[in-house]
Design a protein. Structure first.
Length: 121
């Protein structure tokens, strides 16, 4: 059993229950387990379509938010490895992370691409 098994069980059993609450622009906004499951499934499909495979690393540069949880669920759903980048660590830290775990292009002729998994409305 892993975190995705637990999440999928919760989504199946409590789909209409609130999974996340966050404040955006002074207003409380929430996502149900069903909404979180659907959104993370779409994000996982994007990553899979880009050619990411089990064991591939994904650099995560996203502040604490519902978007972060969507991205993590998408990453875990595909068996990818999440590598977190601390924005406060600076440019050298980011460059070191990219050197240690270089982005892999989705095709030999293309440059590596960064994907926006979630967009705010």
């Amino acid at each position: 059993m892993n975190i995705m098994d637990v999440f999928m069980t919760q989504a199946a059993e409590h789909g209409n229950s609130v999974a996340l609450i966050e404040s955006k622009e002074g207003e409380a906004q929430s996502l149900t387990f069903a909404q979180l499951e659907r959104t993370s499934a779409r994000a996982a499909a994007m990553l899979a379509q880009a050619g990411l495979r089990v064991g591939d690393g994904v650099l995560v540069f996203q502040p604490m938010s519902s978007e972060l949880y969507v991205a993590l669920l998408a990453i875990f759903r595909l068996g990818l490895v999440a590598l977190f980048i601390d924005p406060w660590a600076g440019k050298n830290h980011l460059e070191t992370c990219c050197r240690l775990f270089p982005p892999r292009p989705s095709s030999p002729r293309r440059r590596p691409t960064f994907y926006a998994l979630c967009r705010r409305p």
